[in-house]
Design a protein around this ligand. Structure first.
Ligand SMILES: Nc1ncnc2c1ncn2[C@@H]1O[C@H](COP(=O)(O)OP(=O)(O)OP(=O)(O)O)[C@@H](O)[C@H]1O
Ligand SMILES: [Zn+2]
Length: 580
């Protein structure tokens, strides 16, 4: 009966769902919705993969989970939760990190017809994108951020991949703004969370961590000296924290005096800093009772001192049993960041903020909206029907990118898929899978095999990720067994020193005998232009990020298509301090 509904909606395609195996990566906000949708489409086999366990804060929108499931695996719980639904799909749950190549080697991915991403970070998204390129499996990428959401079907090498359009970098501030001349609340919050907190409570601050002149990128000699003195004295204060005893919190006042008074007085001596800026006022304070206050209202300077003492002393005690990291949901660490940021704001005549406001900023919180997740999961599931057309041309022609905007006139928008960007660091490279037994071969064996297979000259470079294994001037490893220098799941990068043939990326997969992918390597494109974007998809350093898939960098072709302009995936911008 239900099958006939499906056939009415999807026609012949419905049969194909039943014969297909799909992988869903991420069983969070979008994943819970998507799993239900995939079941309703009667997919033959659905693999649910997530590395995490359920948290109380997930329950408001991840509707497959209940209070009793807290701390349980998301993947396994999601599977159990839907088992009771009326469905015909075979379900397989995997509790693990998608980037774990031991658990999920390339052969694991090869069994799927479609991969659905329902992830929340760039690193994993880039990784799955790369896997999709190696395996040529269609990938349906999705993401939401508050009311914004997006679904991008990716047909490897045919359409824009996840790395084709540069991603927006995390918001960053110059180190001098953070350390010497803040002018906005965010500068003070960043200072408290990313500088002061790790300095006082971070794990191995030691002599080696003392700031050296070369670490400070400023032309102002006096400023450099002040910063050096300031941060090296801070390490002495850390000793006070480490040696704190429960009954005595007086050391915290020494910390306050140094950070909010002495350091500020030192900064004031550098006249050049204040020619165009308002001068800070060193903090005058009295010792008060350590305590906390209601987080919805603004605290006075004296109240912030009381909270600073309370939270510092509590964290100091906790350090005795293990490291303490900043976490927006950890009251002590949040109180510390709130009071430290506010005291700094007070000193620099910047408006203070409530604990509630600072929690949003320091925790990079953009509230997740269950409805946006449900809508995008629905489009993600629906997009998969195009993957069943017979020809690539048809698949691409019918597929659409879907995204919403908060403009009431047109909440949901779509546009055709853009072709791949021939400058994309991920999909403009020739890629293949090499199968071999690492323990049976040396670097030289692989070097000779590659040269023979693709017609490179003798002068090639072989790197594993960013580590050089061989080049003309570096042959130390030639006789080294490959299992000493590579692992399954690594990617070998082959370059032609003569620049005759194109570079090549080979994904190392486990196998009995050496097998190299068969293709004719294109001639190298001698590119003399400055690349528009140096953003390497292998640069996995970004976490919690704003992804603006086609912000200002997007080029003319989309100018004609304003609907395709604003596409964001998630927007939990981690704040970074950069040196200018
Ligand atoms: N490398 C990875 N391997 C497997 N699962 C991952 C990986 N990275 C992220 N995930 C999972 O993707 C899901 C994304 O879901 P969602 O965006 O709702 O985040 P969340 O962690 O559940 O919620 P919040 O971030 O709001 O606390 C999470 O369940 C997360 O565990
Ligand atoms: Zn690409």
């Amino acid at each position: 009966m239900y099958d006939s509904y499906l056939s009415r909606i999807f026609g012949d395609q419905a049969d194909k769902f039943r014969e297909s195996k799909v992988l869903m990566v991420g069983a969070g906000g979008i994943g819970c919705e998507l799993l239900k949708d995939l079941l309703l489409m009667n997919y033959g086999e659905i693999h649910i993969l997530d590395l995490d366990t359920i948290d109380l804060s997930n329950l408001n929108r991840q509707f497959l989970f209940r209070q009793k499931d807290i701390k349980q695996s998301k993947a396994l719980t999601a599977q159990k939760a839907v088992e009771s639904f009326n469905h015909n799909s075979k379900l397989v749950a995997h509790h693990g990190n998608i980037m774990d190549t031991n658990m999920f080697p390339l052969s694991f991915f090869k069994q799927f017809n479609i991969i659905f991403n329902a992830l929340d970070n760039l690193e994993a998204r880039f990784y799955v994108n790369k896997i999709a390129l190696f395996t040529k499996i269609p990938l349906i990428e999705s993401g939401t951020s508050g009311l914004k959401g997006q679904v991008q079907p990716i047909y490897p090498y045919q359409t824009e991949c996840f790395a084709c359009i540069p991603k927006e970098q995390p918001k960053s501030f110059p180190v001098c703004t953070i350390r010497s001349t803040p002018s906005k609340p965010i500068h003070c919050i960043t200072w408290a969370k990313n500088f002061l907190f790790p300095q006082l409570f971070g794990e191995d601050a030691s002599e080696q961590d003392k700031l050296k002149p070369q670490d400070v990128d400023s032309d102002n000699k006096a400023e450099i000296e002040a910063l050096l003195k300031e941060s090296n004295e801070l390490l002495d204060l850390k000793a006070l924290v480490m040696n704190a005893v429960p009954e005595d919190d007086s050391y915290v006042y020494k910390i306050i005096a140094k950070i909010f008074k002495d350091d500020i007085e030192r900064l004031l001596l550098i006249e050049t800093l204040w020619t165009t800026r308002e001068k800070p006022t060193p903090l005058e304070f009295e010792e008060t009772k350590a305590q906390t206050f209601d987080g919805q209202r603004l605290w006075t300077a004296a109240e912030n001192v009381a909270v600073f003492v309370d939270s510092t002393h509590k964290i100091a005690q906790r350090l005795k049993t293990g490291p303490v990291d900043f976490d927006k949901d950890d009251e002590d660490t949040l109180d510390f960041v709130v009071s430290a940021a506010n005291l700094r704001s007070h000193v620099f005549h910047i408006p203070l903020k409530t604990k509630f406001e600072i929690k949003q900023i320091a925790g990079n919180i953009i509230p997740a909206v269950a409805t946006t997740n449900a809508i995008m999961a629905g489009f993600s599931a629906l997009s998969s029907i195009h993957a069943f057309y017979n020809t690539v041309e048809e698949k691409v022609k019918h597929s659409k990118m879907v995204y919403d905007s908060n403009q009431p006139a047109r909440f949901v928008n779509s546009s055709g898929l853009a072709p791949r960007n021939n400058r994309c660091p991920a999909c403009s490279v020739t890629r293949g899978i090499i199968t071999l037994d690492l323990s049976q071969l040396t670097v030289n064996d692989i070097r000779e095999a590659i040269i023979a297979k693709y017609g490179y000259s003798d002068d090639i470079g072989i790197a594993d990720g960013s580590r050089l294994l061989y080049d003309y001037d570096f042959d130390d490893n030639l006789e080294t067994s490959l299992d000493k220098v590579c692992a399954y799941g690594d990617v070998l990068f082959i370059t032609d020193a003569d620049e005759e043939l194109d570079s090549l990326e080979l994904f190392i997969d486990r196998g009995d005998a050496l097998e190299l992918p068969a293709f004719t390597l294109p001639k190298a494109v001698k590119n003399t232009d400055t690349p528009e974007d140096e953003d390497d998809e292998d640069d996995f350093a970004l976490e919690g990020e704003v992804i603006d898939l086609d912000g200002p960098k997007r080029k003319a072709e989309d100018e004609k298509e304003p609907a395709a302009k604003k596409r964001k995936l998630d927007a939990s911008a981690e704040i970074e301090i950069v040196e200018l």
